[in-house]
Design a protein around this ligand. Sequence first.
Ligand code: DAH
Length: 383
Amino acid sequence: METPDKPRLDAALAAIAAADAEALEAQRVAALGKAGWITLALKTLGAMTPEQRLVEGPRIQGMRAAVADAITARAAVLDAAALDARLASEVLDLTLPAPEAPRGSVHPVSQVMDELAEIFADLGFAVATGPEIEDDWHNFTALNMAETHPARAMHDTFYFPDVDAEGRPASNSEAVGRQGRMLLRTHTSPVQIRAMVQKGAPLRIIAPGRVYRSDSDATHTPMFHQVEGLVIDEGIHLGHLKWTLETFLKAFFERDDIVLRLRPSYFPFTEPSVEVDVGWQDVGGRRVLGGDGDAPGHGWMELLGSGMVNRRVIEFAGLDPDRWQGFAFGVGVDRLAMLKYGMDDLRAFFDGDGRWLAHYGFTAFDQPTLSAGVGSKETGIRA
Ligand code: DAH
């Protein structure tokens, strides 16, 4: 049926078919918007006679549907074209190498501590920890170093100032309490006491961690790392100590020809005390651990302190020394790392220099395991 709206509808449909996104929206507003011509046409229905409405209603509704359908169809075409254009312009070249991601590394000290934990776990040792801010009793007294003991002087201790209840420096030790002054622990040995007090006996632990001494040069830093070992059980003797250290050092340095020499020594907390030397040999002008320390071209290097736990220490920790015996040892973790991985200046350990860390550090994949080896890097073992 030819009506006065027919040319207008045809024009609108033609414009819609050719519209871009902006023109399409203009067409929608012009026809179907609040004041659009189809909207206005629909409003005329109310004033019509029922007979007129019967004819005009479907006609106008038909125009509305035709325009709405045309707009939907055109929008779909425009959307598809826009997507094609985006896909064509956003090229992702999967053959390019991945961008360089920032990488951290595992510090050799952390790596060596993980290696120690792995080796000693295999021997049935648990890892124990203690506070770095320690009291005088755990750090000295319970380790058989009474207040006047001369060995205390060798520890270059960082003490915290004594303060009274008002925070004023106290001139006498009243404010300090039974456990004594607070200090930065000078060795990991106080963890021996804490482990015995908390866990009782029998006991097999290692205690790696930070220790502090007022000392600084190429081989000493005010903070460094030690690992303590402690075994408490019935019938423990020096043979157990020697076997354990030998087994540990062979696994750690990954050499079967590691030889040890036990030298009599003195530590207040062990009796008898032994200092342990490890043999080295000259290989092409380089000192390498292993071999027979006494042969020509070979030698001994002092490595760690150890001994049978003094019965007074076992008593201080609340155990019966007639029933329980044990051995203990203490060794510098930084030194172990230097020997195994070939660094020669301890200070560089704590400089935080990215180049040093990139060179000597380990990746997260270098997990020490007994099956795959505890030294996942080329080692530069030397004495
Ligand atoms: N605590 C000692 C130090 O820092 C090292 C040591 C020696 C620890 C003998 C021990 C030991 O457990 O038995 O110098």
